[in-house]
Design a protein around this ligand. Structure first.
Ligand SMILES: [Zn+2]
Length: 1087
């Protein structure tokens, strides 16, 4: 097992988030009327919201910014006069302040960090000229050079499914698999299948019928294993849906075609029926386990070395997604049935809360947990839940708009929420009322607690309270309690939160246009601060600071005619130079704030200061929130590695030579403990930090991201930011980030019933003990993944329960408790476990586990460990649940049949197996980003969605195709969505009509690959395509910039990087190869 990342530990906090107070205190009024009002306003998306009217003020000011200067002398503070230039008094003692050109600070790296050109070599401190398209590309500096090491080629089983056949198919198939239950991919040789626009045949079947071996009287090519065997004959096996891969050689193949990846040799325009050649590097040595399995007839003669599994015969993600969509989207998913896995995240479905949390709040890896630790260990299936406590319920654009409301609010009065006396679990549907309703027995710990008089109610003949369905806490999986003062820090009701904006005004930040864009945008955006009542003004207060190597605070008190600047140039011991007038209400100080935002870009337009600080910026925000005695969020817009002399100063430690070595892990760890310590203080204050990075160089995301990641914040990264091409993405991210519903000063605890407990947590938070997840901020997009382990035996009768309670301060300053309950079944048969798993959630867990493990473990070890664990999962199934069959057959559990393809995507992701083109900052960034992704985001992150743009009429989307170059037609246009990027791939022979409809030109060569949005053409195809793009964007937490990729352009390499079923340039295996590799691993475990 991998070692877990160390979790920061600090002394326990002074106040208890979970008061031990007696829940029976003071009988509150018998007012149980549930507040049925929504908790928060419906979240409205970015720009749409901004189109509304907002007060506009005349903004004509004289050319020289009339910034008033304050002249009070405070120790350590220097008062500037005039715009802060490097020669101003406040800067005098910083001789290092120099014009940008000479600011080479690093003698080590000659193309000094401020000077190197973006893509590959050295980079300039200025943004690259707009004419260089490469500069604005998502996160790849340039085309990835091809890399060495093809994945498993050395010991690659060339023909894993080969020798199984003659005798070892199901010896006597007990019953022919009924089509309704068994899935079998059509037995016809896939080579003859016409390409139907998408890979797999649209049949719902259960076993893969591979093509039969030519030379053998093969068994039914695919059998599914209904007949159980072995020590555990699961009674339910008859329904088991197993996927058996073809026993025989799939297809006679031509010799490998090494040059294949260069073009499209195997496909003609629109035709995919040609036999596919093996992929380069595929041929492997003899399969070692081949000879000694089975006691029966000798295996088939060794096949010719060059045979290849046909991609159409192996489990297809697209088919699984499509089947789920067809079967599960029509009826609402009801949460009352324990042990039932929900529809996939790719399916649009409605939810009826019947006492368990919606899958939009909680998804589990397994809905039937093994009863014992031994069983869990044997299967190696991780037991985890991915929890998104403040998830937004489905957005109205979904079709049809689901009639769902946010969780109900419950008020139990002055005594606070009613809880179990012993384990402190909150009142929920799992509490059993006894003794006529006078007491209740806790479903988590079995302790019996008195019902307080004000909460008493009679029971009906079934033992249920008669008011059961009137009370969300007795009938629903998710709801909120109003928290009392006992649940507040220092037993004091909280103040409304504050937002503080910190704008880097150093040379790079100004020159890129960032400063100007932020200031312009804030003038509008401040009218959209979060609020619970859409009618009322937001109570969130705001403050403003600009900085380079010194900090400039602004007094924007409403009574002032003009804002006042106060410069703090001694950053070694940060303090707040003003209290009154720093944090203000937007409406009160609107004139002053707008004046300030107009002046900032002018004031720093000619700055020559290149150095920045970072630690003091966070410290200043922390001090401001402390002084105001409130929680809040810092928005930091930052451009460079903070090398100026100050606490938290960093050095450039980028060293690509360490990649792939045992020392690689150090690159993901922070440079020093400074930011970890600062995080602790931030969390204690409820100070959440969101970081917007605009780097032209290495900025050490691994270190700068520590505070955001530990405080529940987010990191956004706009490498080589250019105003014209990146403005839209940045502004959409910023708008959403500012407006999104969130809680502050949050603590989350997961309680479980006897037998299991939460042992490990993944996400953006801080933990000072082993149970409480502390989040200075928690927004609607953040998830926490929780791993469970047995500490006792579980019972099939009672199942396993979990309750996630999140205490937080709402954006209006109310203390709330959101509760999500989840019950799953427990099983003593492995088959039941394997029948009710959720592979997307397992992958979410595995990827978070792996991405954290690389902090302490060599990356290769992490990858190997993952392969091994998945092989064990599948081997355990094969051994205990599948029917007897040839060892040469790969048999996969129905709901895990995509585990290999998805696992391969994780293994070859940029974080775990980087190509030469990906920077250390990008890897650190992606690593942090993944840590709080929900299942839907992680799914598309690892397996992007590739849509052929064929018929776009009607409301439905075209069916996606598998992520492989083989699936692309030269005559087509495809949209690829990764969750972070959108690509529009245009085939070289795309029809003229298609091009005209999309781009307004019929000529391929006239399409401008630098466009970031499509022209608004007046034809249905164009309209529909833009609608699709808009709807994709609105479903993601980050805005996806559109990139047009013309076939065989240089930029195509970036696009191909996301075709994750193909072999990757960084050495990642193709899906086919990886499946063979997994099969070999499984066979080794079984032998
Ligand atoms: Zn209890």
């Amino acid at each position: 097992p991998l070692t877990s990342a160390p979790r920061p530990v600090s002394t326990p906090q002074a106040y208890s988030q979970y008061p031990q107070g007696d829940s029976q205190n003071g009988p509150p009024p018998m007012d149980h009327s549930m507040a049925q009002s929504p908790v928060s306003q419906p979240y409205s998306h970015g720009a749409m919201n901004l189109s509304g009217p907002h007060p506009s003020y005349s903004q004509q000011y004289g050319a020289p910014p009339p910034m008033q200067q304050v002249t009070n002398q405070m120790s350590g503070m220097q008062i500037g006069s005039g715009p802060p230039t490097s020669v101003g008094p406040g800067y005098a003692h910083h001789p290092s302040s120099q014009p940008p050109i000479s600011a080479a600070y690093s003698s080590a790296a000659p193309p000094s960090y401020t000077q190197a050109p973006p893509p590959l070599s050295a980079a300039p401190s200025q943004p690259p000229p707009p004419s260089e398209p490469a500069a604005s590309q998502p996160y790849y500096g340039g085309p990835p050079p091809p890399q060495q090491q093809p994945f498993p080629s050395a010991h690659h089983p060339s023909q894993p499914f080969v020798s199984s056949s003659p005798y070892l198919g199901p010896p006597s198939q007990p019953q022919a698999p009924p089509v309704s239950q068994q899935q079998s991919f059509p037995p016809g040789p896939p080579a003859q299948q016409p390409f139907p626009n998408s890979a797999p045949p649209p049949v719902s079947q259960a076993s893969y019928s591979g093509p039969q071996p030519q030379s053998q009287p093969g068994p039914p090519p695919f059998h599914s294993g209904p007949s159980p065997r072995g020590p555990i004959p699961p009674p339910s096996m008859s329904q088991q849906q197993a996927n058996h891969l073809p026993p025989g050689p799939m297809q006679q193949q031509q010799p490998p075609q090494p040059g294949m990846q260069g073009g499209y040799p195997t496909q003609q325009n629109g035709a995919f029926g040609q036999p596919r050649g093996p992929q380069p590097g595929y041929a492997g040595p003899h399969y070692p386990g081949q000879q000694n399995y089975g006691a029966g007839p000798a295996p088939a003669p060794a096949p010719p070395a060059q045979k290849r599994l046909d991609p159409d015969s192996i489990p297809s993600p697209i088919q699984v997604i499509e089947d789920d969509r067809v079967n599960k989207s029509s009826e609402p998913f009801t949460t009352g049935v324990k042990g039932q896995a929900p529809p996939l995240v790719t399916t649009n479905f409605q939810v009826k809360d019947q006492g368990n949390a919606s899958p939009r709040f909680i998804r589990c890896t397994a809905y039937n947990m093994p009863c014992t630790a031994d069983m869990a260990k044997q299967s190696q299936v991780p037991l985890a839940a991915v929890i998104k406590p403040l998830a937004m319920l489905p957005l109205p654009f979904l079709d049809p708009p689901p009639p769902q409301t946010p969780p109900y609010i419950v008020d139990h009065g002055d005594g606070g929420p009613i809880r179990c006396n012993r384990c402190k679990a909150y009142m929920c549907p799992y509490m059993q009322f006894i003794e006529g309703g006078r007491r209740f027995q806790c479903g988590f710990c079995s302790c019996v607690t008195e019902v307080p008089p004000h909460y008493f109610q009679h029971l009906d003949h079934t033992g249920k309270r008669v008011d059961c369905y009137d009370r969300p806490e007795l009938s629903q999986g998710s709801y909120e309690f109003v928290a009392t003062v006992d649940y507040c820090k220092n037993n004091k009701l909280p103040q409304p939160p504050s937002f503080i904006f910190f704008i880097d005004v150093s040379y790079n930040a100004v020159k890129s246009g960032m400063v100007n864009i932020v200031c312009q945008e804030l003038k509008t955006l401040l009218d959209y601060l979060p609020r619970e009542n859409p009618e009322a003004d937001s109570v969130v207060r705001v403050g403003f600071v600009t900085y380079n190597k010194v900090l400039h605070f602004y007094n924007v008190k409403s009574s002032l005619a003009q804002p006042q600047m106060m410069v703090v140039s001694d950053v070694s011991d940060m303090f707040l130079p003003l209290l009154d007038g720093f944090l203000v209400g937007v409406n009160d100080s609107r004139m002053v704030i707008e004046s300030l935002l107009d002046q900032i870009p002018e004031m720093f337009a000619d700055t020559r200061e290149t150095e920045t600080v970072f630690g003091p910026v966070i410290q200043a925000g922390l001090e401001a929130l402390k002084a105001a005695d409130c929680a809040g969020k810092l928005f930091v817009f930052h451009s460079t590695l903070p090398i100026a002399e100050a606490p938290g100063k960093l050095k450039n430690r980028e060293d690509k030579k360490l990649v792939g070595t045992d020392k690689e892990k150090s690159l993901f760890q922070p440079q020093s403990g400074f930011y970890s310590n600062l995080s602790k203080e931030c969390v204690a204050q409820g100070c959440c930090v969101d970081l917007f990075l605009f780097p032209n160089q290495y900025v050490d995301v691994a270190t700068l991201g520590v505070v955001p990641v530990s405080t529940g914040g987010s990191v956004y990264k706009y490498t080589y930011f250019q105003a014209e091409t990146d403005r839209e993405r940045f502004l959409n991210d910023l708008r959403r980030d500012v407006q999104k519903p969130m809680g502050f000063d949050a603590v989350m605890r997961v309680r479980t019933s006897t037998g299991i407990r939460a042992t490990d947590f993944f996400g953006s938070f801080f933990m000072s003990n082993t149970t409480d997840v502390e989040l200075a901020g928690l927004d609607c997009d953040k998830t926490v993944t929780v791993e469970f382990r047995h500490d006792d035996k579980l019972s099939e009768d009672t199942g396993a329960l979990m309750q996630c309670a999140v205490l937080y301060t709402s954006c209006s300053g109310q203390r709330r408790l959101r509760v999500h309950n989840m019950a799953v079944n427990c099983c003593s048969q492995l088959a039941d476990l394997y029948r009710n798993c959720e592979t997307d959630t397992i992958i979410n867990f595995f990827s978070k586990y792996a991405y954290r493990s690389i902090l302490n473990t060599p990356t290769k070890t992490v990858r190997d460990t993952m392969v091994n664990q998945c092989a064990q999962i599948l081997a355990c199934y094969r051994k205990n649940c599948a029917s007897p069959s040839s060892a040469g057959q790969l048999i996969l559990p129905e709901c895990m049949k995509l585990l290999p393809v998805y696992l391969n995507c994780v293994l070859k992701s940029d974080v775990l197996q980087p190509g030469a083109d990906i920077s250390l900052d990008d890897r650190a960034y992606l690593r942090q980003l993944l840590s709080c992704m929900d299942v839907s985001e992680s799914h598309i992150f690892f397996y992007p969605r590739l849509l052929p743009l064929v018929k776009l009429d009607g409301g439905s989307l075209p069916m996606a195709v598998r992520n492989s170059e083989e699936r692309l037609s030269k005559g087509g246009v495809y949209l690829l969505e990764t969750g972070l990027h959108l690509f529009l791939w245009v085939g070289a022979n795309a029809q003229q009509e298609l091009l005209s409809n999309i781009f307004g030109t019929p000529t391929f060569s006239q399409i401008d690959p630098n466009m970031t949005s499509l022209p608004e053409l007046d034809n249905p195809f164009s309209q529909r395509l833009r609608e699709i793009i808009d709807s994709f964007r609105s479903q993601r937490s980050r805005y996806m910039k559109l990139m047009v990729v013309k076939q065989e352009d240089k930029a195509e390499l970036i696009f191909k990087h996301f075709l994750c079923e193909d072999k990757s340039t960084s050495g990642g295996a193709s899906y086919v190869d990886f499946l063979c590799h997994m099969h070999k691993e499984i066979r080794q475990l079984l032998s």
